[in-house]
Ligand binder design. Structure first.
Ligand code: NDP
Length: 288
């Protein structure tokens, strides 16, 4: 069933969300601090709101997609009482403390609050590859299932509003680890003359092959047993890790990406876990 929806924030992501909702037949009212960014959406059928107040008044569901929670606070500063009975879906990247504060404030005004993390780039929105993590009001999730489904798959993680934000940050951490590792590797290979395109046929299948280790790592992490059936012990791996850092320096590459891994490996070795798999680095991350 089509519902009236306000989309607040029309950057790259907010625009993709708004387009998808309009194309799915929803009535969309759009607002952006820089009004001109709404032009293309208005041409597509959206209503332009002159103010946030106007956008909220016209809608049952409010979708926020802004740079950060400071922008969310600024944007909603004067509209609290208008939110009574509305469903607010906040798809802005944030930290758990920020999520709790905004959730508590909006719920105190009588809003149903759903926090979300978008695991997709703007062109992926509306494709089966996009997924959205949600947590907070179960009622809000049920009421907006159809709208969320237009964006991609949606996963409801539970009533605690911070679950989606922390899971989002965790997945992004995995992504930055991958990209950071790739960039460091490409810089290192580049220091002896390989272009990124020449290096790609080596690094891409290598990363894909290493991904297959994750189920075994997950098993070890959950059991806390990093010492059974070890194939690549940390003492052996730490030689390579230290060599990567030293070689990077000597070849003029900043080893900043690898230094924390070296630090964690040394901590784990000093604690006597050199015979374990490298999955045990998680214990050092956890402060053990
Ligand atoms: P953009 O930089 O393209 O847009 C930022 C938006 O926030 C603009 O609408 C901007 O308004 C608005 N904004 C910033 N500060 C304020 C403020 N103080 N008051 C009012 N509005 C403000 O970012 P994206 O659209 O790409 O990202 C938006 C959210 O989506 C982020 O939380 C991001 O983490 C998330 N996301 C983005 C992805 C991506 O690949 N782009 C992927 C997954 C999630 P104005 O136009 O006036 O500057």
């Amino acid at each position: 069933m089509s519902k009236s929806i306000a989309i607040i924030g029309l950057g790259a992501m907010g625009t993709a969300l708004a387009k998808t909702l309009i194309d799915a037949g929803n009535t969309a009212t759009v607002w952006n601090r820089t009004s001109a960014r709404a032009d293309a959406l208005v041409a597509r059928g959206a209503r332009r709101a002159a103010t946030v107040t106007e956008a909220i008044a016209a809608s049952d569901i409010l979708i926020l997609c802004l740079t950060d929670y400071a922008a969310v606070e600024t944007t909603l500063a004067d509209v609290g009482p208008m939110l009574a009975g509305k469903t607010v879906i906040n798809l802005t990247n944030g930290r758990p403390d920020e999520v709790r504060a905004v959730a508590a404030r909006l719920e105190a005004y009588g809003a149903r609050y759903l926090d979300g993390g978008i695991m997709a780039t703007p062109p992926m929105i509306g494709t089966p590859d996009a997924f959205i993590l949600c947590s907070g009001s179960a009622d809000a999730f049920e009421k907006t299932r159809e709208q969320l489904a237009a964006f991609g798959q949606s996963h409801y993680l539970g009533e605690d509003p911070v679950l989606a934000a922390v899971s989002d940050l965790a997945l992004l951490s995995a992504m930055y680890g991958l990209f950071g590792g790739y960039l460091h590797a490409t810089a290192l290979a580049g220091s002896v003359g390989f272009t990124a395109k020449q290096f790609l046929p080596l690094v891409e299948p290598w990363l894909a092959a290493m991904m297959t280790a994750l189920p075994d790592y997950a098993e070890r992490i959950d059991s806390g047993d990093h010492g059974r059936d070890v194939m690549s012990n940390l003492s052996m791996q730490s030689v390579a890790i230290t060599n990567i850092v030293a070689a990077s320096r000597s070849l003029g590459i900043d080893p900043a990406f690898m230094e924390p891994i070296e630090r964690l490996a040394k901590k784990r070795l000093a604690a006597g876990f050199g015979g374990d798999e490298a999955s045990g680095l998680i214990e050092a991350m956890r402060g053990k």
